[in-house]
Structure formats: structure tokens, C-alpha cells
Design a protein around this ligand. Structure first.
Ligand code: SAM
Length: 280
């Protein structure tokens, strides 16, 4: 155990047996455990038979606590940073603290372990050679849709975190904006009701509406990346405009209007429209 060190310790995302031996040894040996929610993490420590002084460090007090932690570390103590579940800093508190430690030359040692996005990707059956993690989408519909629009052209696998409260809203937005995409929902990973569901967003939404148990718990939502559009410089945005207009207009008219709006070739759009129709 190195003194003057901040240990960033990953903890289980459900199954308590997923904690590493090294994490247990570190939690036993540090002077203080800094936790997102001390009551929550105390249950983990109790389960491991570890008693330690704890301090709360969460999104609302993190900046004011930084000096306190750096002082402890400078006094020769060692601190373990844990979050409620998984890897600290990954959609969890800790970034300002780790950044401050790096700035001040304080030693930071990561202890790898559970992380919901990696666990989900490892079993989803989507490409994992390149992916982007987008964390939580905004809660408000308009902002959420804007963020999704930003990645319409993204060809890498997309990964989001989502809660039980908004999973149906997200699927509705995806059904509207990316109706053809393959979506994989990873729910309650490492827990009793762990479930992977795969399909188009509209199908998954219907499935969840028919069985409300499937809306419960925590979700990682993964999407196949956009198919690169082969023809003549067309983008996913162009395709989106064309598809939207095709819902109300004959293909020829929709292609013409899309060409007017986007400045792209009417013929290329017409050909793309034919392909889209074939794929329906
Ligand atoms: N730091 C955590 C990690 O390393 O994955 C993530 C914390 S973030 C506040 C919580 C979100 O992670 C949940 O809303 C859910 O999207 C995802 N998550 C955490 N545990 C999960 C689980 N067991 N199954 C599915 N998703 C989970």
C-alpha cells in the first residue's frame, strides 16, 4: 500500500462477487474511503467485513471537498475513491478530484473492475472495435432529440446510459429518428433479472409496453452505427430529410424537395429513396 495516494476503486454494478481481490485489499488498507453515498458504500464495506472512516464526495460538494482530500493525501494518508456502482468518474463523481490530484502531483492509482458500458458491450453482439460512449442523454425531449440528431451520421457503435423513468421516451425518439437501427438493451446487468433485448426501437418499445417488468431497473442502450451511405456524397441527415418527406409525398416529389433543401443531387436522392423502399 502506497501512502499519499488516491486509489480509484471500481466496485460491483450488481453482483457483489464481482469485486476484485485487489479492490478488497486496498479498501482494507487505505486510511479513508471517499464515497459518493456513504450509506450505500458502507453496505458494501459491511459485506466485506471492512470498517473504515468514510467521507462523502458527490456531485454537489465535490469541489469543496477536494482541498480536504488533498490535505489528507499530503499528510501521508491514502484514500480510496468509490462510487455507488461500477467505475468512479464514468457518469459518476470524481473527475474534479482526480484532475486536482494530477495537477498537484498527487499519486493516483486506478483499480479496474466492473463498468456497465463495457459489460454491456462485451455481450451485445454489436461491433466493439470502435464505439462511442455518450453517457446519459438530456432528460428533456427537445434537448435529447438534438443530441441524437448530432450522431445520425456516426458509424461507430453508440452507447448510452438510461434510467427506468426515461427508457420508453428514448425508444420513442429512436424509433422516430433512427427507425432502421439495431438497438440492444442491456438491463440489470449481473443481477437476477439481467436481460438483453435486441431489435428495432419500435419493436423494443412495443415489447416493453406489453411487459412493464421489462422497463424496470437500469439500462445500457446500444445502437449499431449508421451504415455509410455509398451514393454521391449523401449524408444520414439527407437520408433523414428524404425519409421524412417520403412519408407524406410520392418518392419523386420527396427527392425533388430534399434536393431543394439540401442542395444534393435529385437523382442520387431518388436512387436512395428506391433503396429505402426496397428495405421496408
Ligand atoms: N460508474 C458506473 C459504471 O461504471 O458503469 C455508472 C454509474 S451511472 C450513475 C448509472 C447508470 O449506469 C445507470 O443508470 C445505468 O444506465 C448504468 N448501469 C449501472 N449499473 C447497471 C446495471 N447493473 N445494468 C445496466 N445498466 C447499469
Amino acid at each position: 500500500m502506497t501512502k499519499n495516494t488516491l486509489y480509484v476503486v471500481a466496485t460491483p454494478i450488481g453482483n457483489l462477487d464481482d469485486i476484485s481481490r485487489r479492490a478488497i485489499d486496498t479498501l482494507k488498507q487505505v486510511d479513508v474511503v471517499a464515497a459518493e453515498d456513504t450509506r450505500h458504500s458502507r453496505r458494501l464495506l459491511d459485506h466485506l467485513g471492512i470498517r473504515k472512516p468514510m467521507m462523502a464526495i458527490h456531485d454537489h460538494n465535490e469541489r469543496s471537498k477536494i482541498d480536504q482530500v488533498i490535505e489528507l493525501l499530503s499528510d501521508g494518508q491514502s484514500v480510496a475513491l468509490v462510487s455507488d456502482a461500477g467505475t468512479p468518474l464514468i457518469s459518476d463523481p470524481g473527475y474534479p478530484l482526480v484532475n486536482a490530484c494530477r495537477d498537484k502531483g498527487v499519486n493516483v492509482i486506478p483499480l479496474p473492475g466492473p463498468c456497465a458500458l463495457i459489460t454491456a458491450l462485451s455481450a451485445a453482439g454489436l461491433p466493439t472495435d470502435r464505439f462511442i460512449f455518450e453517457g446519459f442523454l438530456p432528460a428533456k425531449s427537445k434537448a435529447r432529440r438534438e443530441r441524437l440528431q448530432e450522431v445520425l451520421e456516426e458509424t461507430r457503435t453508440l452507447v448510452y446510459y438510461e434510467s427506468t423513468h426515461r427508457i420508453l421516451n428514448l425508444l420513442e425518439d429512436l424509433a422516430d429518428l433512427m427507425p432502421e437501427r439495431r438497438v440492444v438493451l442491456a438491463r440489470e446487468l449481473t443481477k437476477r433479472f439481467e436481460t438483453f433485448l435486441s431489435g428495432r426501437a419500435a419493436e423494443l418499445k412495443q415489447r416493453l409496453e406489453e411487459d412493464s417488468d421489462q422497463t424496470k431497473g437500469e439500462f445500457v442502450v446500444m445502437l449499431a452505427g449508421a451504415e455509410p451511405i455509398e451514393s454521391e456524397g449523401l449524408t444520414q441527415q439527407d437520408q433523414y430529410v428524404l425519409k421524412t418527406l417520403m412519408e407524406a409525398l410520392p418518392l419523386k416529389k420527396a427527392a425533388q424537395m430534399t434536393a431543394n433543401l439540401t442542395g444534393k443531387s435529385k437523382n442520387a436522392l431518388y436512387q436512395l429513396g428506391l433503396t429505402l423502399k426496397d428495405n421496408e
